[in-house]
Write a protein that binds this ligand. Structure first.
Ligand code: IMP
Ligand code: MG
Length: 185
């Protein structure tokens, strides 16, 4: 597959190519720049999955943003989340009174983001919006709609552009469907 890179061997299909991603991220950056005109939002990156999207998106936003990072684990094994969310690295910035833009890689069941959104709301954020690279609406367990998203995808397990399986494949430049043999082993 692509460039003969060895990492692509475990992929069944390229779902979204890097050029398409770049175009969508650019467009989303323009929309966010427009929507937050005159404001200085705090961009919150949900590590590790959102890291690649976050840094690309931030550079497409023409506003004096601040960046902060959070690690949330939703304990479970394999390819689905358990619903048990734990914060393993919290924000440094106090979000009270701030406009917060949460940046996530994918909204799947919605459990992780719902937890984080409620937490930041309790801390007194002035506004909270969610920007996600991918939306998998067919799997939703809680009522959560992303304010901004780049792509809606079918119910398949994807890797690349920050998304992992067992901590691997995050550095694939495209979003790929992982071959089921890899996680069914
Ligand atoms: P949730 O089910 O919406 O709570 O999703 C929590 C996390 O599961 C996401 O932030 C991702 O890190 C991970 N996840 C969900 N679906 C996928 C996928 O297709 N590939 C890789 N990670 C995923
Ligand atoms: Mg994640």
């Amino acid at each position: 597959m692509e460039n003969g890179r060895k990492m692509y061997r475990d992929c069944a299909e390229i779902l979204v190519r890097r050029e398409e991603i770049a175009q969508a991220v650019r467009k989303l950056g323009e929309i966010i720049t427009h929507d937050y005109e005159g404001k200085a939002p705090v961009m919150v990156c949900i590590l590790k999955g959102a890291s690649v999207f976050f840094t690309d998106l931030a550079r497409e936003i023409d506003l004096p943003v601040e960046m902060d990072f959070m690690i949330a684990s939703s304990y479970g094994s394999g390819t689905s989340s358990s619903g048990n969310v734990r914060i393993r690295k919290d924000l440094d910035i106090d979000v009270a009174g701030r406009d917060v833009l949460i940046v996530e890689d994918i909204v799947d069941t919605g459990v992780t983001l719902n937890f984080i959104r409620n937490m930041l709301s309790h801390r007194g954020a002035a506004s909270i919006r969610v920007a996600t690279l991918l939306d998998k609406p067919s799997r939703r367990k809680v009522d959560l709609k992303a304010d901004y998203f780049c792509f809606t995808i079918p119910n398949a397990f994807v890797v690349g552009y920050g998304l992992d399986y067992d901590e691997k494949y995050r550095n694939l430049p495209d979003i790929c469907i992982l071959s089921p043999e890899i996680y069914q082993k």
